[in-house]
Design a protein around this ligand. Sequence first.
Ligand code: NAP
Ligand code: MG
Length: 493
Amino acid sequence: MAHIDVIPEVSKFIEGPPKMVIGGKPTDAASGETFEVRDPSTGKVLTEVPRGGMADIDAAVGSARVAVEDKRWSGLRPGKRTEVLFKLGELIKRNINELAQLESLDSGKPIGIAQGEMWMAGEVFRYYSGWPTKVYGETNPTAEDTFVYTLREPVGVCGGIIPWNFPLVMATWKVAPALAFGNACVLKPAEQTPLTAIRLGELALEAGVPEGVVNVVTGFGDEAGQALAQHEDVDKIAFTGSTEVGRKILHASESNLKRVTLELGGKSPNIVFPDANMKRAVKGSMFGIFLNSGQVCTAGSRILVDSSIHDEFVSALAEATQQMKLGPGLDDETGIGPVVSEEQLERVTGYIDLGRTEGAEVITGGERAVDLGDGYFVQPTIFTGVRNEMRIAQEEIFGPVAAVIEVSGVDEAIEVANNTIYGLAASVWTSDLSKAHRVAQGIRAGTVWVNGHGMVDPSVSFGGYKQSGFGRELGVHSMEAYTQVKSVWLNLK
Ligand code: NAP
Ligand code: MG
């Protein structure tokens, strides 16, 4: 074990106690209530944060509304907004150690991975800092006696509701585009992982984002989350999380017909063909499912392997998986950390039991790892003999559990890959260029990776087909979500 000591900035923040950021001020819940935040590596309480509810959402939305109306942000020169957003990206990078430790303690993820994510969070702001100066309107080809042009205007007050798997990165996916396109926002982080979202609210102020433009309300989904989704003065909600809660968000948006974008679950196929580079395919498939303990919306949780290489592939995958070191996040030898909460532990081990009952075979893992104390550790687990109609192949487990399904040939691989309610992502391992393109075009999913899995970049649009949601985040397509078009007619007669 190579345990890493917590740096003083982290202890200071945790002891804070951390407060919400509303109207630019550190704020307690109106009710005065708090809730506990736990370290998944030990099960122990780390700190408490405000239990924001309806009144706090109301205050945050009110602050954001005032900021939208008086244009304290959208009215700044675009180049100035660029400067501020770039600075925020720099501040995230400058505080990478602090943020990574906070994220690791809060979510259990290995510190090295947390550091990579914090870097990416900074990159997201850097990317979006380029946008304020590039939002153009159009002129329209109308009759000669009229002149029509379009303006792209901010949507207004944008709510972001995010999950616990990539807390800060998910926060940046909501906050950075909202700001780049001139909006104000209210962010509701997941109850399991509220800490880095609060730090983001503080760093935004430090970078020069005016007060009230970024508000962070911590709390529970059915209280703060629901209040935000229902609020009549919120113009848009961007949600990432489960398909079940996505449905609730859609219902809640009915109050004022606010715009909604949803990034939901997945059961992404990872397809391995016989002509793949086996070494790369084994390693890539392993990280594709076990990265972040499988708590990734694009996790390659269904591994579709051609029957001609099935046995050879699964034994290599099992062997590589057995070498992954399970341990606490703040240990630099850890390859795979705990799952995020006791609730997830129950859920994931429940699915492992279900897989056995359904007749699939565990070839590695299959148990809670109890030798690591009270943390929520689950052994990385591989099932073989899985049929695509089994529940372990159809339902999002969101844990370190892979379902290997045997397929024969390209057509069957595409058919099985598409046979799910989800359509978030897929990966294909092959050295045949035509096959790669054929599969990429045949798959109904928002992202297809060829000879890789899980790559993201702020310039590449991301989102789901089917019940994995709608709308696209990142890249050029995010402009649609965070702006609205106004057509202006001039009568020249
Ligand atoms: P979740 O309930 O969908 O949580 C996502 C966010 O929505 C959290 O901030 C949550 O708050 C909030 N929320 C919950 N109920 C709400 C409501 N009625 N109105 C508004 N907001 C609400 O996900 P989870 O409970 O953390 O995890 C459950 C399962 O969802 C996982 O096992 C996994 O299958 C799936 N999941 C998918 C993704 C993804 O990226 N696709 C991410 C996370 C989870 P609370 O934190 O207080 O619940
Ligand atoms: Mg929940």
